[in-house]
Structures are given as C-alpha cells and as structure tokens.
Write a protein that binds this ligand. Structure first.
Ligand code: BGC
Length: 368
C-alpha cells in the first residue's frame, strides 16, 4: 500500500484551506532565516568520484537539458557522471539508484518520479555515506536527503495565476471571464504546490465572480494530469470543451507547463474556439515560437543551467568534506526539515521575452 505524506498534509491543508478558502494540494511548511548548513559527508571524497544523476523522464525540455548539462558540467568539474532517466516509472528509478550505489557513486542527484517512493533505496545510499540532493522535485517521508535545489514551487504557481489574470485583462476585455484549470502529475510534489500557488491568486477572483470555472472543477484531484502527459491533458480539454463550451467561448486556461499548454491550445483550435489565454512553464522552444506567434500567452522560465550549477556547488562542498552552504529555507518533508536552495522563476510574455533570454541565444532564436 502506498503511504503518502500527501494524506497527512492534505488533512492539515484542508484545515488551513477551510480558513483561507484556497485550493487543494500539499503545501510546504517553510521557515526562513536558516543559518546552519548540514554536514553531508564529513570526510569528503575523491575529486574524480562517480556522481549519479537520476532523472524522472525526458518528456519535457528541462529534463533533456538537465541530462546534457549534468553530463557536461560534472565532467568539466573532474567527476565521472552517471546520468540516467526513468521513463516516469518508480521501480526503474529505484533500480537505477541502486546501481549507482553499487558503482560507488559518492553523491546522487535525484529528480524523483514519485518523491514518496524512494525512502528505502535512499536510506541504503545514506548508509553507504552517499550525499543525496533532491533536484527540482522534493523527496518526501525520509531523512535520507541532504538538500533540495529548486525554483520556488509555490512562487511558480503564483506567477502562473497572476499571469492568467494579466492575460485575460490584456486580451479578453472586461470580465467576468470563463476559465478552466489544469494541474501537473500528482506523483510529483511540485504539481500540487504549483496549483496551490496559482489558486492563492485565482481563488479570490473566483469568489468575487471575476472568474467563472464553468465545469466547476477546482480541486487539484479533478484537474491533475497523470504523469504530466500532454495527450491526457488534451483529452480532458476536448471533453471540457464539448461538455461545457459548445456555443460558449472559453477565455482562459491555467496550464502547469508548456507541453500541456500547447495541448490545450491544439484542443481549442480543433474545437473552433477563439484562442484562450494560456499559461505555461519551462520556456520550451516550441512555446517560445507559440508566444512569438501570439498564441500561448505566457510561460515561466526556470533556467536549467542555474539549477545544475547550484547542484554542482553543493556536490563540490561535499567533495571537500565541507558543510553544505546554509539553505534559503527549510521544508518539512514528512520525516525531517530539509534545506531548500531556492532560485527565482521568471514569468515571460512577448513583452519581456527578449530581455529575459538576452543571454540565451538558443532560446532567443525562436523569437525571430
Ligand atoms: C518540473 C517542470 C516540468 C514537469 C514535467 C516538474 O517537476 O518542475 O519543469 O515541466 O516536472 O516534466
């Protein structure tokens, strides 16, 4: 049976939501002003050690970038990288991590398929003295994690929610506006957090009648997209449009990432709808093209190179046998307080895209 921190947290969250009137999802309990770092490995390890990187899948651009950048940057730093992706399958990821331990990895970076399902393999790793860094996604219910490197997940959702409101005002005249909501894959701790952040912004506007969710589907469990699968999101959008919007325009859609955003736009086009305002995440090349064409309204950039660089900084500290630097915040992962090294995501629309990608020629080329 799958025991999840979600169950406990959602009970707690339900209580707080009852007070605040916010949408669902699990929420990170954060405290600021953390000063002390954690000791990853008091003795350090060889400067050419094997470093494992276990990625969840390669289905979105950010993970493909992570695969390439970890391989290149760990090699440049003198390590031997062992980078693998798990095709969204928990047992596959557990086996990959086991193999990394057997091959003597001194640090393992994990982008979890399901952050609640890695406790036992990571405890084995910890027992072998391995430094464990959660990458992009939280690892839950275990103290076998030395730190989390990510872009703020609640902040990301808040930016998506605000951007939906801004896009509606810009493109759809005065409200009230008809909208629908989409969430990401429920096994990924980021997905409910993105949704919670977005609903902090959107719920008051639903309550005052500015936004109308015509389907009435406003709970994370109703709007989540299993496995972050674009095809599943498109199928849900098709049925929302045929069930609730025949003869009615849809003004906006909250999308948790770019792939799902483009699937929503495809569905709307096929249904003969005027394009709704659609948000996104990852600043994927195809979405930059869509934004430049005036279709997708916005995305949120979370540059992979910055996240990889931050991760390697922590690995270097562990290699030297130093304490990890002080984290920005801590999060209760259901078993312990884990330090979060948090970077700032940036909302991108046609208005600021050139500025945001000024130093990113790969992305800049898609704007012209
Ligand atoms: C990442 C997103 C990505 C999604 C699906 C999330 O955990 O933060 O960048 O789009 O997974 O791969």
């Amino acid at each position: 049976m799958k025991t999840r921190v979600t169950a406990l947290l959602s009970t707690l969250l339900a209580a707080s939501l009852a007070l605040s009137g916010c949408g669902g999802g699990r929420e990170a309990t954060t405290t600021t002003e953390t000063t002390a770092g954690t000791t990853a490995s008091a003795e350090g390890f060889a400067s050419d050690a094997t470093i494992g990187v276990a990625l969840p899948w390669l289905g979105t651009q950010n993970w493909k970038e992570a695969e390439v950048m970890f391989t290149e940057q760990l090699t440049e730093a003198g390590y031997q990288p062992l980078v693998q992706a798990a095709d969204n399958k928990v047992p596959q990821q557990q086996q990959q991590i086991e193999a990394m331990i057997e091959q003597g990895a001194k640090a393992i970076v994990v982008g979890a398929v399901d952050g609640t399902q890695l406790g036992s393999v990571l405890e084995t790793a910890k027992g072998a003295g391995v430094t464990i860094i959660a990458y992009d996604r939280l690892i839950e219910n275990t103290d076998a994690v030395d730190g989390v490197v990510q872009f703020g997940s609640l902040r990301t959702g808040q930016l998506q929610g605000q951007s939906l409101l801004d896009g509606l005002a810009e493109r759809k005249g005065d409200g009230p506006y008809t909208i629908e909501l989409f969430g990401g894959g429920p096994a990924d701790a980021n997905a409910p957090n993105f949704f919670t952040g977005a609903m902090e912004v959107l719920q008051p506007k639903i309550d005052d009648g500015t936004l109308v969710v015509v389907s009435g589907q406003t709970e994370f469990t109703q709007v989540a997209t299993p496995d972050w699968d674009n095809a599943k999101a498109q199928a849900r959008m098709d049925s929302l449009l045929s069930g609730f919007y025949s003869g009615t325009p849809i003004d906006g859609v909250l999308s948790p990432n770019d792939g799902i955003g483009r699937a929503i736009l495809t569905s709307a086009k096929q249904a003969g709808q005027e394009l709704p305002v659609v948000t996104g995440l990852d600043a994927e090349n195809e979405s930059i093209v869509s934004i430049a064409a005036g279709e997708q309204y916005s995305t949120v950039a979370k540059p992979t190179q910055d996240l990889v660089a931050k991760t390697i900084e922590l690995i270097d500290a562990a290699q030297q046998g130093e304490e990890l630097p002080a984290p920005d915040e801590t999060v209760d992962n259901g078993a312990t307080e884990v330090g979060i090294y948090q970077l700032d995501p940036i909302v991108v629309t046609l208005d600021n895209a050139r500025e945001v990608f000024a130093d990113d020629p790969d992305r800049l080329q898609y704007l012209s």
